[in-house]
Design a protein around this ligand. Structure first.
Ligand SMILES: [Mg+2]
Length: 198
């Protein structure tokens, strides 16, 4: 009986590990690119909506364009990886000077990411996924065993799916209960202490 309870407990930890980002920061502008380069990152795979621009905006800000440039000047490839439609992603990528972009990625499904991993000449541990959502960006990263950076969404009203927003809130709550991540308490360190590796 006792064993079963322990097992259930462990399962709970394992499940939440799928939503645990490697780092948690306020915005993409807080990413320490020197640090990423030093830990061997060669490709930054970045979400678009609410990560680089608000869901109701179309044009990248100067600051975002500078960020893209900075990633490249740190010898890392910048890859836009969005669930949004081709026209919106392409338009943004062209304006922001991003050569590598993928649309309709269906995160947290693994399909497009698997293709990307095949195309890129990098190892899994040389990639990092950046995004504002636990249920899409962080979840897909952990499913693929790729490191991730969660950032605060540019806008909370994201015009996206209400169901996803609902799950997102529940998962934030659970992560806080398990003392893995607290909303608004950012950390460049690896989060969550010593939990079982996926
Ligand atoms: Mg997003």
């Amino acid at each position: 009986m006792k064993k079963n309870i322990l097992k259930e407990h462990r399962k709970g930890f394992l499940l939440m590990n799928y939503f645990k980002p490697t780092m948690y920061l306020e915005s993409v502008h807080k990413i320490n690119l020197d640090l990423l380069r030093d830990i061997g990152i060669k490709a930054v795979i970045c979400d678009m909506d609410n990560t680089l621009l608000g869901w109701n905006e179309r044009i990248p800000s100067k600051k975002v364009m500078k960020f893209v440039e900075n990633v490249k000047s740190h010898d890392m490839e910048f890859i836009l990886f969005s669930n949004n439609i081709k026209s919106r992603v392409e338009n943004f990528a062209n304006k922001a000077g991003i050569e590598n972009y993928f649309w309709d990625c269906k995160k947290p499904l693994l399909g497009k990411l698997k293709i990307l991993k095949k195309i890129l000449p990098y190892k899994t541990q040389e990639m990092i996924i950046v995004g504002d959502q636990l249920v899409t960006d962080v979840f897909v990263a952990n499913r693929a065993h790729i490191k991730s950076i969660l950032i605060e969404p540019i806008s909370r009203a994201n015009g996206g799916s209400k169901i996803l927003a609902f799950f997102e809130r529940i998962i934030y709550k659970k992560l806080a209960q398990k003392n893995i991540l607290h909303d608004g308490f950012y950390s460049e360190e690896e989060l969550g202490g010593k939990y079982e590796i996926l």
